[in-house]
Design a protein around this ligand. Structure first.
Ligand SMILES: O=C(O)C(=O)C[C@]1(C(=O)O)C=C[C@@H](O)C=C1
Length: 365
């Protein structure tokens, strides 16, 4: 058979498969509409329907990854199902999600990775504004950065948890690839200034020292803001990611310039909804201890005794007294788990204050 004939036959098969896939997706979407109807029908007095179910979404994605036999990789297959579910949920209830803006930031990329493209995403100028939008009920959820594998904690986020009553409903992990971006009019031999967020400049410090040792590094509010500035300046470049490059029509002078190839950022999804256990969860708490010798030891001991894995511990000034501190702790397990409950009860005996910020499914993707 000629190449043309072989291609024709294969494309006939692809067309017929696409038709079957479309039928199945439509059937799934109708099922989701039914789910919405059932959820609304069985509401008690004063109850509101909970359409977004992160614990169920985590299960669906994991189930698909377990079943996957290739040739598409697990992440690829989960990404496709992520989008199908996102569109199905939008039929039940269109979600609005605020994020640390402007458009094109890594936080927006994290929001879309977690919720899929069918959400309405709303950029906010500062982390605290993301929190306030959620508390005010102006949006369903918010997404904020919490820690970077190279640069450590995002203190603005931690401090906002001290000020707002909010629930952590999810976590997102995003590999962060930085590129050196230039505009159409940039004279690439005459770059005198490189804009980026301070954290991104720090994440590319060695690369900049090696390639642009004498160029001024200018920290700005966000990577997207850096990309926006470069459009109108012939002598500057920006360090930012793919989304910002696409959004502002910039090209890559150098790709993946982060010093550590595993550079990633972790984000929290914040809202007002408690998430039931999935069997593979994490919990985040804030604890303030009395200022006495051995306080940190007393705090950590119950975790050790009950075999609970700590995944992060961070200290911040408490704001209620000079030289007093609060601890932000993340650990494996759900706060409804009896072993975790026992740890929390033990800590509460010694602590000045203890707040469970939320239990949520471990990031699947
Ligand atoms: O199972 C549900 O509760 C649904 O609403 C269905 C569905 C889905 O499409 O699979 C949609 C949205 C939820 O966040 C979880 C799952």
């Amino acid at each position: 058979m000629s190449e043309a004939d072989q291609l024709k036959a294969l494309r006939v098969r692809i067309d017929s498969l696409d038709e079957r896939i479309l039928d199945l997706i439509s059937e799934r979407a109708r099922c989701a509409q039914e789910v919405a109807r059932v959820k609304t029908e069985h509401l008690g007095e004063g109850e509101t329907a909970v359409f977004y179910r992160p614990e169920r979404e985590a299960w669906v994605l994991k189930h698909i990854m377990d079943l996957n036999k290739g040739p598409l990789g697990n992440e690829e297959v989960a990404r496709l199902f992520r989008e199908i579910m996102s569109s199905c949920l939008a039929l039940e209830q269109p979600l609005t999600v605020s994020f640390l803006g402007p458009e094109g930031t890594f936080t927006q990329a994290a929001a879309l990775k977690h919720f899929g493209q069918a959400v309405i995403s709303k950029p906010m100028a500062a982390i605290d504004e993301v929190f306030r939008e959620v508390v005010a009920g102006a949006v369903n959820f918010g997404v904020v950065p919490v820690e970077n594998s190279t640069e450590g904690a995002v203190n603005h986020t931690l401090d906002s948890f001290l000020e707002h009553d909010i629930v952590i409903c999810g976590e997102v992990e995003l590999r962060i690839h930085h590129h050196l971006l230039v505009g159409d009019t940039t004279k690439t031999d005459h770059i005198t200034r490189i804009y980026s967020h301070a954290q991104s400049l720090a994440q590319c410090r060695k690369w900049l020292d090696a390639h642009y040792p004498n160029v001024e590094r200018v920290p700005v509010a966000s990577n997207a803001d850096a990309a926006k500035r470069v459009k109108s300046e012939w002598n500057s470049a920006a360090i930012a990611g793919d989304m910002a490059a696409q959004l502002y029509g910039l090209s890559k002078l150098a790709e993946k310039i982060e010093d550590r190839p595993d550079n990633s950022t972790r984000f929290f999804v914040i809202g007002s909804q408690e998430v039931p256990p999935t069997g593979d969860d994490k919990t985040s708490i804030i604890v303030s201890m009395r200022n006495k010798p051995g306080a940190l030891h007393d705090l950590l001991m119950p975790f050790h005794q009950n075999g609970i894995d700590l995944t992060r511990i961070e200290t911040r000034p408490s704001r209620s007294g000079k030289w007093t501190y609060v601890f932000f702790i993340d650990f494996v397990g759900h706060h409804q788990n009896p072993l975790v409950k026992d740890v929390l009860e033990k800590i509460a005996c010694d602590a000045v204050a203890l707040k469970v910020l939320g239990s949520y499914p471990k990031a699947v993707l």
